[in-house]
Write a protein that binds this ligand. Structure first.
Ligand code: NDP
Ligand code: PYR
Ligand code: MG
Length: 582
């Protein structure tokens, strides 16, 4: 272990140095150990705030004034069409917020919660993608460190136990771990150890949206090399300068060591979320550990849950389509997200109609980089086989597949932009009244189409959702609000429910429960503007509702702690941390 890679960092302490350009002297944390104070909305702030004033309200106000100034500058850059300036200011906001989260978690989370729709894009997608590309490799590593890096090539299980035990000295009761190996960071591919931004960002949402105490969160990056030479050979790359040359068995052994070490140090029921692993390992990793740990894969399972939730809600918006079973689905992308969604969707169709798994799967068609997935194709990967239907023709493009199958819903999880084209959407608009168009690839640059394109090319009739946020669109005088079909709507609630319930496992049924619960939380006001997800402002409340159901199920199914369902809400609330309160 080099110290840089193995040392746990003072993520929530006071020792992190301030970075240039992000003056932090006004922020003093009151989150741990000081008297609580009522939290007020930061936008209440007026005027200049004296530096060094330690009242929590004023700190949050001060933080908001500073961030708001940067957001205004970003808006101005956007309006001027200066994309470079917009990108660099966005990274400045990211950097500023990371610093704030380290030195004053309460201030950071107060601000994030009060301004979630505005600030979530700067701690999560899309800006976290830019940060992994351009910040973690540069200034992000030079002072403020934000998680635990483990050298997967050199570390034995006892090394891992030692590193995690050191982290435990400053963070005695870790409840949630998000671990990546950086191989498939959003739709940006292999970013090596720079992928650390993803576990950090996911855990920020665990705290903001799910109420998990930031001191009980642990972001981990397993360094298993990087296949992109330009990244791993760049001066200052902090990871191992080696390709991803471990065999499957060697990868499995490294992850076994990690999982055993994590459970030994932090407890068997610690929640472990697998994030942004490459798909050659992700399915196997999930299968290996789902019965032996409280773990789930967010890209396969969390995504499935949020998409099925959105699809269930969208049934109230689609004329002539009242059940999932009335749809013909065509997916662009048959990887982790695609197959994960397809499996849960098939399960949901079975619940709806009582049909067999095979019948349910017939509604779902997958297209990958070679074209439509059919039974005729040779050497099909294992995860695609359940959706390989018999066909007389095998279209090699998405457009041909759409024209052959006339889908009522298309789901984009391919990380390839500009693939939901005008001819495709116009064809859907000609063959179905309200096409469902989910362009879910992240970050924004990888989305299969934009909201404006989707609404324009379907004459304003589609139900649109995307993985990264898009602004509302006014089309033919009607305002349409795109939904954010992102697993962020469910993983904080699922994780919170598992933690509150003391779960020994996270199940497919939990994913379905979260989906149905999420769909039930989409109010009439959202449906009126064509949106099939709840307001982002309600995400913490929605997470609490999801968590309560899951906690109750865990207890009822005897797979964790003990309790009565009617006490689940109270238990969940007890587990939720609030900024500036003990
Ligand atoms: N909104 C959300 O909550 C989430 C969004 N995502 C996004 O989904 C995207 C994919 O993630 P994931 O499934 O994990 O990635 P994978 O690498 O597992 O899968 C990608 C899939 O896309 C296919 N593909 C790639 N290029 C093309 C192309 N040109 N035409 C058709 N298909 C293509 C691949 O084909 P092949 O199999 O032939 O290689 C593969 O099936 C990412 O952008 C990610 O950010 C992921 C999780 C959650
Ligand atoms: C959202 C997410 O998990 C992804 O894009 O990978
Ligand atoms: Mg992910």
């Amino acid at each position: 272990f080099s110290p840089a890679k193995s040392a746990p960092f003072m993520r929530n302490g006071f020792s992190a140095p301030a970075k240039s350009g992000t003056s932090t002297s006004a922020y003093i944390d009151h989150g741990f150990g000081s008297p609580s104070s009522p939290l007020t909305h930061p936008s209440r702030a007026k005027g200049v705030v004296p530096m060094g004033y330690v009242g929590p309200d004023v700190q949050v106000d001060a933080a908001w004034q500073r961030v708001k100034g940067m957001l205004d500058a970003i808006t101005a850059a956007k309006e001027a069409g200066d994309e470079d300036l917009e990108a660099s200011l966005s990274l400045t906001v990211y950097s500023h917020l990371q610093t704030l989260s380290s030195i004053s978690p309460s201030t950071f989370y107060s601000l994030l919660l009060a301004q979630l729709p505005l600030l979530m894009p700067f701690v999560y997608t899309p800006v976290v993608g830019a940060a992994c590309k351009d910040w973690y490799g540069t200034i992000g590593h030079t002072g403020l460190e934000t998680g635990v890096y483990i050298d997967g090539f050199e570390s034995s299980k006892s090394d891992m136990v030692r590193v995690l035990s050191t982290y435990k000295e400053s963070h005695p009761s870790v409840q949630a771990i998000v671990v990546t190996d950086g191989e498939r960071i959003l739709g940006l591919g292999d970013l090596g150890v720079h992928g650390m931004g993803i576990p950090v960002g996911k855990l920020h949402l665990y705290t903001a949206c799910g109420g998990i105490d930031p001191a009980k969160c642990l972001p981990v990056t397993m360094d298993l090399g990087c296949n992109v030479e330009a990244i791993r050979d760049a001066p200052g790359y902090m990871g191992t300068r080696r390709g991803r040359d471990l065999s499957s068995d060697e990868f499995d052994k490294v992850m076994e060591n990690f999982m055993e070490a994590a459970m030994e140090v932090f407890g068997r029921n610690t929640l472990i979320q697998f994030e942004d692993f490459g798909n050659k390992n992700a399915f196997r990793l999930l299968e290996d550990w789902r019965g032996k740990s409280t773990s789930f894969n967010d890209d396969i399972q969390g995504t499935a849950s949020v998409v099925v939730g959105g699809l269930l809600a969208s049934l109230k918006l689609t004329e002539g389509i009242d059940r999932l079973a009335d749809h013909t689905f065509v997916f662009l992308g048959a990887g982790e997200a695609g197959v994960g969604i397809a499996e849960l969707l098939a399960y949901a169709i079975q619940q709806e109609t009582g049909c067999t798994p095979a019948e349910a799967r017939k509604h779902i068609n997958l297209v990958d980089s070679k074209g439509l997935v059919t039974a005729e194709r040779e050497n099909l990967q294992h995860h695609k086989q359940p959706f390989a239907h018999q066909r007389s023709t095998s279209p090699t493009t998405f457009e041909e597949s759409v024209k052959l199958l006339n889908p009522t819903a298309i789901i984009g999880v391919s990380a390839t932009p500009n693939t939901f084209t005008e001819p495709i959407l116009a064809h859907m608009a000609a063959t179905t009244t309200n096409p469902v168009v989910f362009a879910l690839s992240n970050p924004t640059s990888q989305a299969e189409c934009t909201a404006l394109q989707a609404y324009t090319w379907t004459e304003g009739r589609c139900v649109f959702s995307s993985g990264s946020p898009f602004d509302k669109v006014v089309i033919n005088g009607v305002t349409k609000v795109p939904g954010q079909g992102n697993n962020a709507y469910v993983f904080p609630g699922i994780g919170l429910g598992a933690i509150a319930g003391g779960a020994t496992s996270v199940t497919e049924k939990d994913m379905y429960t979260a989906a149905v619960t999420l769909a039930g939380e989409v109010g009439e006001d959202r449906l009126e503007v064509g949106c099939c997800y709840p307001e982002l402002e309600r995400i913490r409340e929605v997470s609490e509702i999801i968590a309560t159901r899951i906690c109750g199920d865990v207890w009822e199914e005897g797979r964790g702690g003990e309790g009565e369902r009617e006490n689940a809400r109270e238990k969940v609330r007890e587990c939720m941390w609030t900024p500036f309160q003990e």
